[in-house]
Design a protein around this ligand. Sequence first.
Ligand SMILES: [Zn+2]
Length: 251
Amino acid sequence: MIDAHNHLQDPRFAGRQAELIETMKSVGITACVVNGTCEEDWPAVAKLADAFPDFVKPAFGLHPWKVENRSETWLENLRDHLAQYPHASIGECGLDRWMKNPNLEDQHQVFREHLALGVELQRPVTIHCLKAWGPLLEELRSAPALPKFLLHSFAGSWEVARECLKLGAYFSFSGYFLHPRKEKVREVFKRLPPDRILIETDAPDMASPNPEFPLEELNHPANLRQIAKELVTLTELNLERFAANTTELGL
Ligand SMILES: [Zn+2]
């Protein structure tokens, strides 16, 4: 099992990463993609990649919530991190109209830079999208070229999924979608082609109901096992499939 998306560098996990990784390994998780969200946390992601080279796959990107606070040299900084970690992917980045006072113009511009970088460096891009499916589709369709990309914690409709599939999208399922009220999302995952589905925790956020590994108010990344089991039941796919898709995507 590979956790396609988490934030082990999150300050809420500070000092506990070695222990968390130990538990993850003990339940059969072999690797995870640790997503940076802003220039301030990229060094922490890099540090985890250095400390756990066989387990942590780094990703560097600017989350739409953090776009506002980027430096003038953010793109250069991002390029530096990607050059230093040739196996790193790009993310998390994207569009968000759910947040308070979104600066959409900046979000779009920053998102485009990530997509272009993905094409230029041939790295997959992990995309966050909340309440911005129309604008996201427009961006993807109007891009001069597209990198391989993952729509993480995908909660869009089947109609959106179908359009994104045509553009080559991969989709990851998180534990949050196991809540009874998320039936619609589960229905979408049942219809997706088997070779486009990944699993993720988004730890420390997006907790599942009744987690196998409760961790105060946080989502423990070892809960991936529970998420995987549920999704296997739901889609009738096997675990190897999700891991193979992660590798195929290049994460
Ligand atoms: Zn995330």
